[in-house]
Every structure is written in C-alpha cells, then in structure tokens.
Design a protein around this ligand. Structure first.
Ligand code: AMP
Length: 418
C-alpha cells in the first residue's frame, strides 16, 4: 500500500515525500478515496491516527483546480495548537502546490489575520471563537467554501463551541462537502452530524480506545507524595521526551518548577500563558530543548510531538475519554510509548472506569515505600494484571530502552467502514 494508488497529483505526492510518509495509515486508506469522490465523511478516529493528512490530501487535490486566493476549504478545530498544527501540515503536504493556508485563533492580534485574508488565502484552519468574530466583522468571506472539516468535534462540544459552530455553518454554502472527525461520539455530536452531513460514509478507527501501541501502568501513591514518585520514576526509567499532565494550571506550573529544580529541562504549558509563551514551550519541547513538558488537558489538546516516549498522568484525567486524548500524545504514527498514571484513594472510581476502557490492558505497580494498589483502591485492580510487587523496579521500560521509537507495528486497529 502506498500513496501513489490514490492518484494524487504529483505536486501533492512530492509533499507526502517531503513529510517522510511512506505508507498510508488505516484511516488514510479508508477515507482518502471517499473524500476524493466528494462524499461527506464521519470519522470516529482516535488521536494520532493520521487523520489530518487524511483530509488535507484530498483538499489539496481538489483545490489544485479552480480559482486561487479565495477561501475554498475551512477546517475548524478546538485549540490554537491544533489549528496551528493543521496549518503546518498543509504547509508541508502542500509545499509544491502554491496553495496558501492561514490559521486563525484568538489570543493574538486580529489585524494580521485580516491583512492575510485581504491578500487572499485558499485554506483556513480556525478556532470557532475568533472565526465567528471574523464572520461578524465581515472580514472573511465564507461564501465560496467547498469543503468544511470539523476536527476533534467532541472536544469542541466539551469546550462549549457548538453554538458558535452552528452559527458559522449558517454562513457557508449549503452545497459543500463536510467531514466530521471526533475521538468519541456523544449524543450532541451525533445530533450535529445528522444535521449537517449528507449521506456520509462512516469510519471507525480504533474505537475511542487509546492507541494499542501504548503500554499502560497505574501507580498508587498518596496525594502529597506525587513529586517523590515522579522523581523516582524519572530517575529509574529511560525516556525520550516526557509529557506530564496535571489537572490545574497552577499545578502544572509548580510541577514544572519542581522538575526544573531537580535538573530536568522542563517547560509548562497551560492556559495562563500568552500565545508566544505557549509557542515557545511547544517549540522548545519539539526541538528537544526541554525534555519534559508539563501541561493541562486543554493546553495539550492536539499536541503533535512524534517522539513522546512517556505520558505521565500526575493527576488522573477526569474522564476515560480524556485519558484517550492524553495518551494519544504518545504511541503516535506507529511508534510505541508508555503511559504512567498516578492513582490516589480519591481516584477510585476513575481508576476503575479507565481500567475498564483499557480492557485489562493495564499493569498495576506498587513501588517500595508506596501504597499497595489493593490497599489504596480496594479492588480497583480487577480487570487488569496486577503486578503489585513492592520493591520491584517496574519501569525499566516495558521494552528495551531506546527501542520505543523503532518498533514498527501495524497496530493502528482499523475497524473499517461501517
Ligand atoms: P494526526 O493523527 O493527524 O495528528 O497525525 C499523527 C502523526 O502521524 C503526525 O505526526 C503526522 O505527521 C504523522 N503521520 C500522518 N500520516 C502518516 C503516515 N502515513 N506515515 C507516517 N506518519 C504519518
């Protein structure tokens, strides 16, 4: 299976090569032909499956013909980071096409965006709030949109963007192609899909389960000793870049400070930072200047750092779905990763529900001097392999050090067309 079979224009194939993609991922195999036929699509796809290229490539192909410098494709996504990443993917995959892309989001000046829109662009990646602002100011013309993509629709719903999205859709032509991607399918997203998709082709890639390229370990710990556990794990484990998740902004700042003082090059990423501070943290993490990034859920949404070897849930996520999203940051694009989750007595219910989501694919591990899983969680180990042996050094990684980035696998879990 290769990209040539899609009959993409040679200029686009050149962009695929420049991106280093050799084989299409399952969601690309499944969806690119239908999208190229002009069909509407509903993709239930977990993060890290390659869905961005799955919609970007057919969009580039469509836009090669026809007028230039009018907005003909619109991608709406929940966060600035995701918007920026999609914009970058378009830049890379479309590097030989001459098509112009623009990202639009709040928290930065609106004038440069207005200026760029005046100059003329072909594809816009936008967050709903700022996009609606442009619509209201009439600084963007959406009357020529041919393709609309709603990316990470469930997250947009969680963030309260659905009313804005419905308003934006009203200013689009009725005749268009619509693609909706979501990691999960809550009722409201189904409702939106029913309203806006015409006879869609549906794909489900990997349910809403975390990528199967990730190994999951839960560590029982007392709340006040999380830093001690974190230090121990980092000292005992060989890692590549590490992403640590905390529940609050303040905690993300404090944990980052603690790690920095312990000698790890660390950055924090949370909603209290300015856009340029966020970008600096992200760029530094991507380039390897920071080995550890400590982030909150919203800030980390959509972060695409291919070589994250370990995700550490310093605080357990609030829902099983949020676990899927967090863990989607590792094990991306056929690479493998580890997910470590700190669990305390207060996390009993969440530990059970996430354990259930993982379907027994979780290892429970008690380190020497830390509580035993059964004592802390009172039966939460059901459904998983308990490896709770006090004193063992569990995370000499679940695979040989350094091999995580090389393991090739076809565990993308394509569920195929329904
Ligand atoms: P996404 O799910 O779109 O966020 O993509 C996850 C990661 O996979 C990104 O780093 C993409 O650049 C990468 N990717 C997408 N398609 C492919 C492919 N066919 N081969 C290798 N990497 C890919």
């Amino acid at each position: 299976m290769n990209f040539e079979q899609f009959n993409l224009h040679e200029k686009i194939i050149a962009g695929v090569k420049a991106s280093g993609y050799i084989e299409p991922t399952p969601i690309q195999v499944e969806s690119i032909p239908s999208i190229m036929e002009g069909r509407d699509v509903m993709g239930l796809a977990q993060t890290g499956t390659g869905k961005t290229a799955a919609f970007v490539l057919p969009i580039l192909q469509r836009l090669l013909n026809g007028p230039r410098r009018v907005v003909r494709a619109l991608i709406i996504a929940p966060t600035r980071e995701l918007t920026e990443q999609t914009h970058e993917a378009i830049g890379q995959l479309g590097c030989k096409t001459g098509l112009r892309s623009l990202s639009i989001y709040g928290g930065v000046g609106i004038m440069p965006q207005i200026q760029a829109l005046r100059t003329g662009v072909d594809i816009v990646s936008a967050c709903p709030g700022r996009l609606l602002d442009h619509v209201n100011r009439k600084t963007i013309n959406l009357s020529k949109i041919e393709v609309l993509v709603l990316d990470e629709a469930d997250q947009m719903f969680d963030m309260g963007f659905l009313p804005d999205i419905r308003k934006i859709i009203k200013s689009l032509p009725n005749v268009r192609q619509t693609l909706l991607f979501s990691a999960t399918m809550p009722a409201d997203i189904r409702g939106l899909a029913n309203d806006i998709l015409r006879n869609p082709v549906s794909f489900q890639i990997g349910h809403s389960q975390p990528a199967s390229t990730v190994a999951h370990t839960f560590y029982p710990v007392e709340t006040q000793r999380k830093n001690v556990l974190l230090d121990k794990i980092l000292a005992d484990t060989e890692t590549g870049p590490v992403l640590v998740f905390t529940r609050t902004k303040i905690r993300s700042k404090r944990v980052a400070q603690h790690l920095d003082q312990s000698g790890y090059k660390t950055a924090a990423l949370h909603g209290n930072l300015s856009q340029s501070q966020r970008q600096k943290a992200l760029d530094g993490f991507r380039s390897g200047r920071y080995k550890i990034l400590v982030a909150t859920d919203v800030a980390a949404r959509g972060i695409d750092v291919r070589k994250v070897s370990h995700v550490i849930n310093y605080d357990i996520p609030n829902t099983a779905e949020a676990y899927t999203h967090r863990i989607g940051r590792t094990g991306r694009a056929c690479e493998t990763g580890d997910a470590f989750t700190f669990v305390t007595c207060e996390d009993k219910i969440l530990t059970r529900s996430i354990g259930k989501l993982l379907g027994g694919n979780v290892t429970y591990c008690s380190l020497e001097g830390f509580p035993d899983i059964s004592a802390v969680l009172d039966g939460a180990a059901e459904g998983g392999r308990s490896r709770a042996k006090s004193g063992m050094r569990p995370n000499k990684p679940n695979r040989p050090a350094g091999s995580y980035s090389k393991e090739k696998s076809n565990r993308w879990n394509a569920q195929g067309r329904r």
